[in-house]
Design a protein around this ligand. Structure first.
Ligand SMILES: [Zn+2]
Length: 229
């Protein structure tokens, strides 16, 4: 089974987040959120690819809609973390070059779906705000380990880390859905009393993981079905 590296040093020090969680993403879903539309809007307005600068400019326009702002904020939120990485760190920590060749191809392919899936989960009853950051790790050495990492959630910083090398995009998205359930558990203060990463040693962890596997997969599956209908 896929046991994600639910990081324990971090969880032990976890301060439960008691801030009120507001209902995520009210209102109806529209095609405005479909993959590619944000990029299309940016290209139309400014030409070229989406950058943080363009996303900021886009959301600050006088006629920016709430949806424009949300899409721009997601982009900025998801990308800021990586852009701030010191390139000298990347050598040591594993190939997560922010806009390196293979890295950015995977990111570009998967990110629009991550945004859509995030929106879907929020609109279908999951408390996920404030939204987590997302980081991609391109790590070919990890990828050849049969029990290598696939994804993890860092509850202190609210970051979902997704390993991308040699994985089908759908598999990455399924990992993302799983980690989003951990994010929800974190926001609800339910990760506080976990003391191990071994599900065979801790019943509380077993329950936390059971929920993440079932809920994460079901959200993923119903989102997928909603797209194919
Ligand atoms: Zn998990």
């Amino acid at each position: 089974m896929e046991l994600d590296n639910f990081t324990y040093g971090l969880i032990k020090d976890l301060l439960p987040d008691n801030s009120p969680i507001h209902e995520a993403y009210k209102g109806k879903r529209t095609n405005d959120g479909a993959p590619g539309t944000f990029k299309a809007k940016i290209t139309k307005a400014y030409g070229g690819d989406v950058t943080i600068e363009k996303a900021k400019k886009f959301k600050e326009r006088e006629n920016a809609t709430p949806h424009d702002k949300r899409q721009a904020n997601w982009f900025i939120n998801f990308h800021s973390k990586n852009e701030n990485l010191d390139p000298s760190d990347l050598e040591n920590t594993g190939k997560a070059a922010p806009y390196g060749s293979e890295y950015s191809l995977v990111e570009e392919a998967v990110m629009p779906y991550i945004q859509e899936l995030t929106e879907y989960m929020g609109q279908n009853g999951l408390n996920i705000e404030p939204l987590p950051s997302v980081e991609f790790k391109y790590d070919p050495e990890n990828a050849i380990q049969p029990l290598g990492h696939t994804a993890y959630y860092n509850p202190n910083d609210k970051i979902i880390v997704l390993y991308t090398a040699d994985r089908h995009p759908k598999d990455i998205l399924r990992s993302f859905a799983h980690e989003m359930i951990h994010h929800n558990q974190n926001l609800e203060g339910r990760l506080g009393n976990i003391t191990t990463t071994n599900v065979n040693e801790d019943e509380a962890l077993q329950e936390i993981e059971k929920e993440a596997y079932t809920e994460g997969n079901m959200y993923f599956r119903s989102w997928e079905n909603s797209k194919k209908n």
